[in-house]
Ligand binder design. Structure first.
Ligand code: UD1
Ligand code: MG
Length: 451
């Protein structure tokens, strides 16, 4: 049986934050959420989550269904944290120990690690780092077998030069944990019960310490301060960018690309610099996205062009649409084939028919537009009366002149024309012209005031 323990009770002093460390985001998601999702994918019999500092915040913000929360009132060290779970572990379990501040560990690595532990052997995931500062160093005996881990603060100058470090991930049999944890002492530089001391105890008890090395640095990189958070974010984004390029995406600069969710791409899409993708985004074939766009929870059809500085959130964009530059497409927007939504246009719950155009400076909210509608510059749907939202319905082949206010609820039927500058409060029937503005008056010989 496999059980997992996730340690997340520490304060994260080095983050200098009011938020518990494990709630800080990586790619838009708390570190701990990454760890829990990966842990769940292993389907262990139990996931024990050790919480202490900021436990209330963690419990209020994360979905902890099927997670056994174990309190650690005082944070006396990683060994002490695991001790809190001891009474709840089954005797014959293999226990996988994970840290809540090491977010990118992969399922494959954990599976391998779990597979080496048994009553006679313990698994330890290590990595060689060019700069091992801050990590526990892995000590090996003359035969090259692991003999102990020494923490940075307890290490001799000579030990500090070792670049093989403890990632924190350990797989160990529950029976051995029961046996060795009570033997831990806190006589060390930090006055803490170090989990890492079980390695030397395992060695003394004649257990094999099986070291697994990982080549993927980002998988085992812990976050203890804001610098490491930023570094890991970049590493992860680079990794995602590489994967997407392997799938055929053109990124004009992979160093200026951010995906905080799940991005699916069709063939021959091009993404310019500084674009951010959030939630679940699906791109069709030949989608071109200009610089500085934010695209969240959207499905974008084939041959769509999204120009610079556009924001798209919770929307469905049909094929051959043209969006932006500077468009804001808000939730519930659905554009049919070939629609155009241009600069400084905001749409919300707007269903726009095939080939319709809203090219400049408009707000279209709670509206349905048919096909081949032209919405002139500066047109506003007045959808809100201060209490309720009302709908604007526009048929096919409608022409709305510039600077029109459409006071909802209102309907403009097929083929109708609205004169520029109108304030439309009454429905307009098929093929009618609606003019709703003051008539122009010209005064001859008008004398302007003089200074
Ligand atoms: C730890 C390891 C170090 C390793 C590094 C890898 C120990 C003693 N050291 O150091 O060898 O190289 O991780 O990232 O284990 N926690 C608790 N309760 C506590 C203390 C910590 O739940 O009383 C949790 C923290 O919330 C954190 C994790 O354990 O998620 C690790 O604690 P942290 O203080 O970050 O240990 P490191 O100094 O990084
Ligand atoms: Mg840490």
């Amino acid at each position: 049986m496999l059980e997992a323990i996730v340690l997340a009770a520490g304060k994260g002093t080095r983050m200098k934050s009011n938020l518990p460390k494990v709630m800080h985001p990586l790619a838009g998601k708390p570190f701990l959420q990454h760890v829990l999702e990966t842990t769940r994918s292993l389907a262990p019999a139990n996931i024990h989550l050790v919480l202490g500092h900021g436990a209330d915040v963690v419990q209020a913000s994360l979905n902890l269904a099927e997670v056994n929360v174990v309190p650690q009132e005082q944070q006396l060290g990683t060994g002490h944290a695991v001790m809190q779970v001891l009474p709840q572990l089954a005797d014959d379990s293999v226990v996988l120990i994970l840290y809540g501040d090491v977010p990118l560990i992969s399922r494959e690595t954990l599976e391998k690690l779990a597979s080496v532990a048994n009553r006679k052997a313990l698994g330890l995931l290590t990595v060689r780092l060019p700069d091992p500062t801050g990590y526990g160093r892995v000590l090996r005996d003359q035969q090259g077998n692991i003999s102990a881990i020494v923490e940075q603060k307890d290490a001799s100058p000579e030990q500090l030069t070792i670049n093989e470090v403890n990632t924190g991930f350990i797989s160990v049999h529950a029976a051995f944990l029961r046996d060795c944890l009570p033997k831990l002492s806190n006589q060390n530089a930090q006055g803490e019960y170090y989990l890492t001391d079980i390695i030397a105890l395992a060695k003394a008890a004649g257990l094999d310490v099986v070291a697994l090395e990982t080549r993927h640095l980002y998988e085992v990189q812990g976050v203890n301060n804001r610098q490491q958070q930023a570094e890991l974010e970049r590493l992860f984004q680079q990794h995602q960018a590489q994967k997407l390029m392997e799938q055929g995406l053109t990124l004009l600069d992979p160093a200026r690309f951010d995906c905080r969710g799940d991005l699916q791409i069709g063939a021959d899409c091009i993404v310019d610099i500084n674009c951010v993708f959030e939630g679940r985004v699906v791109l069709g074939n030949n989608v071109r996205i200009g610089p500085n766009c934010l695209i969240k929870d959207a499905v974008i059809g084939d041959d769509v062009e999204i120009e610079a500085n556009s924001v798209i959130d919770d929307a469905k964009i049909g094929p051959e649409c043209h969006i932006g530059p500077f468009a804001r497409v808000r939730p519930g927007s659905q554009f049919a084939k070939g629609a155009k939504v241009g600069n400084f246009v905001e749409t919300k719950k707007a269903v726009v028919g095939e080939g319709s155009k809203i090219n400049h400076l408009s707000y279209v909210g709670d509206a349905e537009l048919g096909a081949n509608v032209n919405v002139g510059a500066g047109t506003i749907t007045c959808n809100y009366d201060g209490v309720n939202k009302h709908k604007t319905r526009i048929g096919n082949d409608v022409f709305v002149g510039s600077n029109t206010a459409l006071v909802a609820p209102v309907e403009i039927a097929d083929g109708a024309t609205v004169a520029a500058g109108s304030t439309i409060t009454l429905n307009v029937k098929t093929n009618q012209l609606a003019v709703a503005r003051e008539r122009q008056r010209n005064v001859d010989g008008w004398q302007r005031p003089k200074k």
